[in-house]
Design a protein around this ligand. Sequence first.
Ligand code: IMP
Ligand code: MG
Length: 238
Amino acid sequence: MVKENGAASTTASIHILDVPSSHTPSPSELSSEYTHPSIYKGHFSKVLIPHSQIQSRTKDLASLIHSHYPTSEPLVLLCILKGSGPFFHSLASALTILKHPYVTEFTRISSYVGASTQSSGEDITVAKVLEGRDLRGRHVLVVEDIVDTGNTLSKFLPIVKENGLASCEVCTLLTKRLESNGAESRGVVPKFSGFSVPDEFVVGYGLDYNEMYRDLEDIWIMSKKGIEFGGMDGFKKD
Ligand code: IMP
Ligand code: MG
């Protein structure tokens, strides 16, 4: 817990809900509850997390954050664009309802290039990440959509921490279960994490594949056909 005097302890990550890879919605659920634009037909294998579950888990996370941080000063919520946008908005709204004071900051970092489901690990633009922001002595909570290999955050967090913060933690909606590479080897342990998800490429609710599918309200697993379509490359205009 972060005490009123601002000293952060090193407690382990707060309990994560497991989403089994075998969760498949019934055809009736799929036809009525889960929808997407018709041009995405066949691009997904199944819904992984319905919108209602995302919303309820986000409220849980907001409660955990509310009890962890002091209310005597605004918490700095740092949104990593673009993928975290919808989650950030819901989390911030839930904190507003809890009357937890916060200020918002936005930055963009990227580790994927074009139509790829593999993090490049190399292409992280960090130079201008926090240009012009004075975060000295602040409690900063970095809000992410998904932690996969952890490459992005392990390059980004040291830069944020250079700013003399009171504390710097991560709240991510999703954490991927990596078969070959356990969470410990990531080097980044999010303090707050919504769901642990299987090691598959997921889209929706802000998460994209080559810039597509951020507009979906549920989180889906991509199908082979969807991957081959290539995201926005499938709509190339010459
Ligand atoms: P990492 O550096 O491998 O941890 O990847 C982190 C970033 O890659 C996330 O912030 C996402 O933007 C993106 N990412 C990782 N896995 C997925 C996925 O399954 N779907 C969409 N984006 C992903
Ligand atoms: Mg991201």
